[in-house]
Design a protein around this ligand. Structure first.
Ligand SMILES: Cc1cc2nc3c(=O)[nH]c(=O)nc-3n(C[C@H](O)[C@H](O)[C@H](O)COP(=O)(O)OP(=O)(O)OC[C@H]3O[C@@H](n4cnc5c(N)ncnc54)[C@H](O)[C@@H]3O)c2cc1C
Length: 383
């Protein structure tokens, strides 16, 4: 029997690889996902029960993409008969006249979003569990909320499989051999495809180097903290929004979500952490991160115990400008690179997956992909 040639092999079963594979299957293409760990593992960036979603972006191109991302999550809900997000709103917090908040408001208004601009007094009235200095205001993106992250990942993979897609897990990719038909070798065998998508998160540089390309990403270990409510139900999604306090970098944003994965514990994190290698992520440094969160909660959330009761780890793959890298390999155009989702990719994954799947099958994506080109970095090296 002739060896099967897939339309596309996707390396990585995180939310980007899974969204890409889902889109490919819906476009009638035969795709294979190769994953080094057991699927739904917690060693990368896509695990966990919740993520923030929002239309509210400073950059208009993300806000435009988010309009479609919400529609695509609704479609996935219909396909799987499951509820995949909670519409509790996402609040951007900052000093009044802050450039960031103004740009976000502009982008939201351009897409006709439902926005509440809250003075400090209005913010305190609506969210009495928050306390920010008098010159701080809020911008409530009413469309925002909490994505049920694990459920979304599972839903994407389920539909992919139902439509004939294959997932091979516990099978690390060892090499990619370019050509008109690309051969991918793993710990267990080799597979061929017309094109390959490298959606390997923090491991992408390691995979690309033998192909003569290095991507300028740094890997950070982020500690997610869960702080206990002093009064039952005070920080549930009925009362408490997702929030982001934009501070720039450094001192880095703070973000949080209502209590969801652990009833009675709000989820709060600092948008950075110690630089690590994805293969040695568990080294016990980074107490400064929980210290920062503790101080922040003490200052702004009087209804929470400031010392986190539970902490969890996840990894960010950061680009220097925090925009994504989604592009063809400069020499091998049927190898697509998708990495550097910089701690904010989950909500955009359905749209990103649609765009990558188009690139992988030679179609032009419907989104402006210029902000995501590798060549914008002088440090991206052809080795
Ligand atoms: C703590 C935290 C909070 C976040 N909060 C938000 C949020 O609120 N909103 C939001 O929109 N985004 C958020 N993000 C960002 C978002 O989760 C990520 O951008 C997204 O999950 C990145 O997905 P990925 O598929 O690129 O990477 P990953 O999920 O890491 O997937 C890459 C996969 O490739 C596999 N792989 C690697 N090498 C190989 C190999 N050689 N062979 C086979 N498989 C391989 C890995 O095992 C992994 O499964 C957050 C991220 C973290 C860590």
């Amino acid at each position: 029997m002739a060896e099967q040639v897939y339309d596309v092999i996707v390396i990585g079963s995180g939310v980007m690889g899974s969204s890409t594979a889902y889109s490919l299957a819906k476009k009638g293409k035969k795709a294979l996902i190769l994953e080094q760990f057991p699927v739904l593992h917690s060693r990368g960036s896509s695990h966990g029960l919740s993520r923030i979603t929002r239309l509210a972006y400073r950059e208009q191109y993300y806000t435009d993409m988010m309009v479609d991302a919400f529609k695509m999550v609704a479609e996935l809900e219909r396909e799987t008969g499951s509820e995949l997000w909670i519409n509790c709103g996402t609040l951007s917090i900052g000093p009044e006249n802050d450039d960031y908040l103004r740009d976000v408001e502009k982008a939201l208004n351009k897409v006709g979003a439902a926005v509440d601009t809250l003075t400090n007094d209005q913010m305190r009235k609506r969210y009495p569990m928050m306390s920010y200095p008098q010159n701080y205001v809020g911008l409530l993106d009413r469309k925002g909320g909490l994505l049920k992250a694990d459920c979304i990942l599972r839903a994407l993979q389920t539909v992919f499989r139902q439509r004939g897609g294959e997932i091979r897990d516990c099978e690390p990719v060892m090499g990619i051999h370019p050509g008109a038909t690309v051969t991918v070798t793993t710990s267990k065998g080799s597979y061929r495809a017309a094109s390959v998508v490298v959606a390997a998160g923090s491991w992408t540089d390691k995979i690309l180097r033998p192909l003569g390309l290095s991507v300028p990403v740094t890997i950070e270990r982020v500690t997610v903290c869960y702080c206990k409510e002093l009064h039952p139900d005070s920080h549930s999604a009925q009362h408490f929004p997702c929030f982001i306090e934009y501070k720039g970098s450094p001192p880095h944003d703070m973000w949080g979500l209502p209590s969801y994965e652990y009833t009675g514990y709000a989820k709060i994190a600092l948008h950075t952490g110690p630089e690590i290698s994805p293969d040695t992520r568990d080294q016990p440094d980074g107490k400064w991160v929980t210290d920062r969160v503790t101080a922040y909660v003490k200052e702004h959330f009087p209804g929470l115990e400031s010392t986190p009761s539970i902490t969890e780890q996840c990894i960010y793959t950061m680009t220097p400008d925090e925009d994504f890298i989604i592009d063809q390999h400069p020499l091998h155009h049927n190898i697509i690179v998708a990495t550097g989702f910089s701690g904010h990719g989950f909500k955009l994954a359905p749209v990103v997956g649609d765009a990558i799947s188009d690139m992988a099958i030679g179609r032009v994506p419907k989104y402006d992909m210029k902000p995501f080109k590798i060549a914008r970095f002088k440090t991206a090296a052809r080795l």
